[in-house]
Design a protein around this ligand. Structure first.
Ligand code: 5GP
Ligand code: MN
Length: 330
């Protein structure tokens, strides 16, 4: 087991009065839950903490605000120059989005992360791909530092663990992940409601969009690859939002015979596409994603593609599918 060196981060925290935490763009349960648990600890140390997010928090994660008391600040709010900025669950500088300036302006820059394929952009980096979730790293750090665990901290941390492991089901789960989860249950008691909030509790628009998604799913490589592209009109027809399609990549990988799933959505700007990849042991999609300018984990990775004169989306798609087929060992 890799033991991480937390000392530089610990020292940086000791010297900072105002700390800004920066979860990745399109923040998920791990990015927000890890930031929340860390923020509560830092606040208990008398630090002034801002969690600056790129987009409004997804409805299904709003319990982090209502039940754990976490405040997330949107970019339009003026945030003073921080003594310390910590990128949380951010694999790559680009995934700070418009908050790069907040990060750059801070006196000291740090990063806590668990992505295998990642860009080194912070002078203080604690990154361990063995952690199933960044939350597992936060657990290690807070334990090492001797934090007093509270129920709101446990809610945040457990959210990170549950969401990044598919409810402790994925291959990234290790004994340490379960131990961190068990410790949170010791503190907070029954946390099954977090599973219901994040994985069940689907909106009617999500169900409508799921029907569209299954109808539009195509198969490549003799059924070993599932491909789905959803456009704005698909979301509109189901009255759905981006949040409604969050679990779709994993949903496609669950189809019998499918080893790799590709899920494509429109990006924030015209000509921009967000590609989610999921796989089983047949393929390391983080390697493939990295070749296409993206990153992530062996079984869950992503790419942001911008079409231009050099390459259309269709050309990119064909190149990606060909590459995934080549790299598959089934
Ligand atoms: P998701 O498919 O859930 O959006 O992302 C799966 C994993 O891939 C996440 O760990 C995320 O950090 C990574 N990922 C997704 N999109 C991108 C991207 O555009 N660039 C990079 N570097 N990583 C990405
Ligand atoms: Mn994560």
């Amino acid at each position: 087991m890799t033991k991480m060196n937390w000392t530089p981060l610990r020292n940086a925290i000791g010297e900072a009065a105002h700390i800004v935490l920066l979860p990745h763009i399109y923040a998920d349960g791990d990015a927000l839950g890890s930031s929340g648990a860390l923020a509560l600890f830092l606040q208990a140390q008398g630090k002034q903490v801002t969690i600056a997010v790129e987009e409004a928090v997804q409805d299904k994660l709003s319990f982090l605000c209502t039940k754990a008391g976490i405040q997330f600040t949107l970019p339009e709010t003026e945030t003073p120059r921080a003594d310390l900025a910590i990128a949380v669950d951010v694999s790559d500088y680009a995934r700070l989005g418009s908050r790069k300036t907040l990060f750059d302006r801070a006196k000291v820059k740090a990063r806590i992360d668990h992505h295998g394929v990642s860009g080194d952009f912070a002078p203080i980096t604690v990154c361990n791909p063995d952690w199933a979730a960044t939350a597992e790293g936060i657990y290690e750090f807070l334990n090492e530092i001797g934090a007093n665990w509270t129920v709101p901290m446990a809610i945040c941390l457990y959210t990170g663990l549950v969401t990044d492991t598919g409810c402790f089901a994925y291959s990234n789960v290790r004994p340490e992940t379960m131990k961190a989860g068990a410790a949170m249950l010791e503190i907070a008691g029954d946390l099954s409601w977090i599973y219901r909030e994040t994985f069940e509790n689907k909106t009617k628009s999500c169900i409508a969009l799921t029907a569209v998604a299954y109808a539009k799913t195509e198969y490549e490589a003799g059924g070993r690859i599932a491909y789905l592209q959803l456009e704005a009109q698909d979301y509109d027809s189901a009255g759905a939002t981006d949040e409604d399609s969050e679990g779709f990549s994993a949903m496609l990988r669950a189809i019998q015979g499918v080893h790799v799933s590709i899920f494509v959505r429109d990006g924030k700007n015209p000509g921009q596409y967000r590609i989610s990849l999921r796989s089983d042991e047949a393929s390391d999609v983080s390697k493939v994603a990295a070749e296409f300018g993206g990153g992530g984990h062996a079984r869950a990775a992503g790419i942001t593609f911008v079409s231009d004169k050099e390459e259309t989306f269709t050309q990119f798609k064909n190149r990606l599918i060909t590459r995934l087929k080549e790299g598959m060992n089934v």
